[in-house]
Structure formats: structure tokens, C-alpha cells
Design a protein around this ligand. Structure first.
Ligand code: ASN
Ligand code: ZN
Length: 323
């Protein structure tokens, strides 16, 4: 009858509509998880009480904000996520597309930036150590802090002594690579400075130099060779830096620099892929320098070949980690 055929028609129409919606939803899920990286920036705005995250200022899809610190944190997070996705196929810090959350204007004249285990936090600087507004202006500082998140989700290197210095070094490696990638530089063209223009100019040029460790600022004591390794205790004295994690990182930093120069081209093409493979599939929480060196040699062999392995090995020999 008419009633039955119209009932069938409407059921078909309903099924058609349902499948269109399903396709749209699948499309939406695909877009969110594969291409659109969730990024949110908050203003800590708590005038010294520093409750995180603060007041939401910019999310995915929003236009520019009036506050440059908000835009810098947003754009730096976006560039870092794009680098890890485009170069290594990694989806955000956890490889499952996690949202990147940042808070700017943390504390009062706070002289640091850090990853707190779940988000990025940036101080304004005091103009005594860090230039006011300097921390969010440096893309490699943003990428350094976010890489602490990648390390936490992968190798899980403990923040103490040699594993801590490796943790710091991987943050400098990928921090520098995000900057070099944005500038489309070869390894030979890059400056290999971390945080150029972040310090007040009377203190120095940058926070660290991977090319020439120990030369970035007055009182930079980073070694470039195991001969100058500083065996500091991991105690609660801030001067001892969790057993020298920001000091001895100069040694693996310089090994990466030497490997990247030796391998040629842009540093993310070979050296970066080798270090990324080692960090995400080989290192563990307590990996020491010599073990990390061997893991990068193994990765070079798996990803490239004997020639690349020899170049990576020579880099670790030059800094005295291998003999
Ligand atoms: N900005 C420093 C870093 O990421 C903070 C810290 O000491 N953990 O290394
Ligand atoms: Zn760090």
C-alpha cells in the first residue's frame, strides 16, 4: 500500500541521513585527531598566587589575541606539534593527540619557563636575568619545554645526574630542531644556540650553545667533553642542579651537533630521526651517557646504514663518552 511504500521511503531517507551524519562525524573525528592539534593558552593572571592554568585567552580557531605572549605561546606550541607530526609522524606529546596547554604571565617577574608534568608555564622575566617577555619569544625555549613532555611519555628519563642531563639534552636537541626547521636551515647554517635573546644582554647571548658549550653567557660552565664532566650531587641545593642536569647536558648536546654536521643536510633529516628513534624506542628512565650513545648508533644502523653509524659513533668518541 501507499502507507507501506512511504514508510520504506522514509526509513531509507532516515538511513541515508544517518549515514551522512555518521560520515560527517567520522570526518570530524579524523580532523580533530589527525590534523587539528588542540592548543589552549591561559593567562595565569593571579598576581603571585600562581594557580594554574588561569583564565583562558586563546584556543584552536580563535584569531590573534591582543597580548603578544598569548600568541607566542600559541604559535610556538603549534610549530612544535607540526614539527613532531611532519618530521617524525608523532601526534602531539603523547602520540595520541593530547591538547597542548600553556599559561603565560606566571607569578610576578618569574625568571623561568617549565613543563609541570601536564602543561607549559612561562614567567614574564624580571629584566635582571631574563628579558621581560623574552621566554615566549624564543621558539626553541617553547619547543624545549614541550619536549620534556615527549620524554616523559617515552623514555621517561629521571631528572637527575646522567639520565637528567640526557633529558635536558633531548629538550635542547628538539628545541633547536624546531627553530632550524622553521628557518629551513642546514646543520652548517644553524647557530645551535638555545634561547638567543632571552637573557638580559649584560648576562649573555643565549642560555646554551650546542656548537660551543660553555660560551653562551658569562659563567656558562657547560662541558663539551667527559674530561670536564661535573659530578655534582643530586640534593636540594639549586646550585647543584639535580646533579648537573643543565651543565653536563653540554656533552650529549655537542655529540648531537657533531653528528648532525657529520651527517650533513638539515639536522632533522638524519641526526634528528636517529635521536628521536633512540628516545622513543630505546632509552629508559635510568639510561646513562654511554648507553644512550650506543642506542643512537643502533638507531643509525636501523634507519640508515654503516656509514651513518660510523659518523654517530665518531661524534660520541669526540666528546669522550665512547672510546
Ligand atoms: N626551564 C627549565 C628547564 O626546562 C626549568 C627547569 O629547571 N626544569 O630545564
Ligand atoms: Zn629543560
Amino acid at each position: 500500500s501507499m502507507a507501506t511504500s512511504s514508510g520504506i521511503r522514509s526509513r531509507r531517507a532516515l538511513i541515508g541521513q544517518f549515514s551522512r551524519e555518521l560520515n560527517q562525524n567520522i570526518g570530524l573525528i579524523g580532523v580533530i585527531s589527525l590534523t587539528e592539534q588542540g592548543i589552549t593558552v591561559y593567562d595565569n593572571e593571579t598576581h603571585g598566587r600562581s594557580f594554574l592554568p588561569g583564565v583562558k585567552k586563546r584556543s584552536l580557531g580563535d584569531s590573534l589575541h591582543a597580548d603578544p605572549a598569548v600568541n607566542e605561546a600559541f604559535d610556538g606550541s603549534s610549530a612544535t606539534a607540526s614539527f613532531f607530526r611532519d618530521v617524525f609522524g608523532r601526534r602531539s606529546l603523547d602520540n595520541a593527540g593530547m591538547e597542548l596547554i600553556s599559561s603565560v604571565h606566571y607569578g610576578v617577574a618569574f625568571d623561568n619557563a617549565f613543563w609541570d608534568g601536564s602543561q607549559m608555564v612561562y614567567g614574564d622575566g624580571s629584566d635582571r636575568i631574563f628579558q621581560i617577555g623574552g621566554l615566549t619569544r624564543a621558539i626553541d625555549v617553547i619547543a624545549h619545554e614541550l619536549t620534556h613532555g615527549v620524554t616523559e611519555f617515552t623514555a621517561g628519563l629521571v631528572y637527575s645526574k646522567q639520565p637528567g642531563a640526557l633529558n635536558e639534552s633531548f629538550s635542547d636537541v628538539f628545541g633547536s630542531l624546531v627553530k632550524q626547521y622553521g628557518l629551513k636551515q642546514t646543520a652548517a647554517e644553524a647557530d645551535w644556540l638555545i634561547g638567543q635573546g632571552v637573557l638580559v644582554t649584560t648576562l649573555g647571548l643565549a642560555l646554551r650553545s650546542m656548537k660551543n658549550p660553555g660560551t653562551a653567557f658569562a659563567g656558562d660552565h657547560q662541558p663539551r667533553h667527559m674530561d670536564q664532566y661535573r659530578d655534582l650531587p643530586d640534593d636540594n641545593n639549586p646550585a647543584n642542579d639535580n646533579g648537573g642536569v643543565h651543565i653536563n647536558s653540554g656533552i650529549p648536546n655537542h655529540a648531537f651537533y657533531l653528528a648532525a654536521i657529520g651527517l650533513g643536510g638539515s639536522a632533522w633529516e638524519k641526526a634528528g630521526k636517529i635521536w628521536y628513534n633512540a628516545l622513543t624506542t630505546k632509552l629508559g628512565a635510568y639510561t646513562q651517557f654511554a648507553e644512550a650513545a650506543q642506542f643512537t648508533i643502533d638507531a643509525a644502523g636501523e634507519l640508515f646504514g654503516a656509514q651513518e653509524q660510523a659518523i654517530v659513533r665518531a661524534a660520541w668518541v669526540e666528546v669522550g663518552v665512547l672510546s
